[in-house]
Ligand binder design. Structure first.
Ligand SMILES: [Zn+2]
Length: 217
C-alpha cells in the first residue's frame, strides 16, 4: 500500500516534458526532444552595424515552442534549457575563450511588470552559471514602449525602435559586452541597441541570439 502511494506521489510530482508530454525522464524537456535540435555552423551569422552576430539555432520546431513557452506561457523553467543550448553552441566558438559580460536585451519596465519577468534575464542568469560571465543590467535601458514588431515592415520596425534605448555610461568599465536575445529577425532591435551604445563610445560588442528566422548558408 505504501508502495502504491509512493508511486502515486511520483506520478503527481514527476515533471512532464513540455514538448512531448512524457514523464519518463522527469524533465521539462526530455532528452528525446532535446536531441531533435540542430545547431547552426559555429561561425558568425552576420554583421549588424559592423558587430558580429552569432545564432545557435534556427527559429523552428522545438526551439520555437521553447521560446514561446518561456516568453508567453510562464514556463520559466525552460530558461535553463534555452541557456544550455546557447552555451553548448557558444563553447565551440573561438571567442568563447574571452571574458564577456552578458547584457540581456532590456524590456520596457511596464511590459516587464505585466509579464512579471524579463525572459532574457532568466536566460542570462542560467548562461552566467554555465559560462562564468557576469551579467550587466544597469548599462542600457528601454525607455520607449515599442509596438510588437512582427507585423511591421522592415522600415517601420527601424522607425519603431528609434530612440528606444538610453545608456548609463557611468556604469560601463570597459568590459566586452555580449548582448543576448532570443530571436533575430530583421535585427532592428539589435541595430538600435548597438547604435545607442556606439553613440556613448561603447564599441566592444558581440551579439549572440538563441535563434534566427532567416538563414542562408
Ligand atoms: Zn519530450
Amino acid at each position: 500500500m505504501i508502495n502504491f502511494f509512493l508511486q502515486l506521489l511520483d506520478l503527481i510530482y514527476k515533471k512532464r516534458c513540455y514538448f512531448c508530454g512524457s514523464t519518463k525522464f522527469n524533465s521539462k524537456m526530455c532528452p528525446r526532444c532535446a536531441e531533435k535540435i540542430d545547431f547552426l555552423p559555429f561561425r558568425v551569422l552576420k554583421y549588424i552595424e559592423k558587430i558580429p552576430v552569432y545564432s545557435a539555432m534556427i527559429y523552428e520546431n522545438e526551439i520555437k515552442r521553447l521560446i514561446h513557452g518561456l516568453k508567453y506561457h510562464n514556463q520559466k523553467e525552460l530558461a535553463i534549457f534555452q541557456a544550455r543550448f546557447m552555451y553548448d553552441y557558444w563553447k565551440n566558438l573561438d571567442v568563447s575563450n574571452q571574458e564577456f559580460v552578458i547584457v540581456p536585451v532590456p524590456l520596457f519596465k511596464k511590459r516587464e511588470k505585466k509579464r512579471h519577468y524579463n525572459h532574457m534575464s532568466l536566460v542570462a542568469k542560467e548562461f552566467s552559471k554555465l559560462s562564468g560571465y557576469k551579467i550587466k543590467e544597469d548599462l542600457i535601458f528601454r525607455i520607449k514602449d515599442t509596438k510588437p514588431q512582427y507585423n511591421l515592415s522592415m522600415k517601420a520596425r527601424a522607425k519603431n525602435m528609434q530612440n528606444a534605448f538610453i545608456v548609463e555610461k557611468k556604469n560601463y568599465s570597459n568590459e566586452k559586452l555580449l548582448i543576448i536575445d532570443d530571436i533575430l529577425t530583421t535585427g532592428s532591435t539589435i541595430s538600435e541597441m548597438i547604435k545607442t551604445l556606439n553613440s556613448s563610445e561603447i564599441n566592444d560588442i558581440t551579439v549572440f541570439v538563441t535563434s534566427c528566422t532567416d538563414f542562408h548558408l
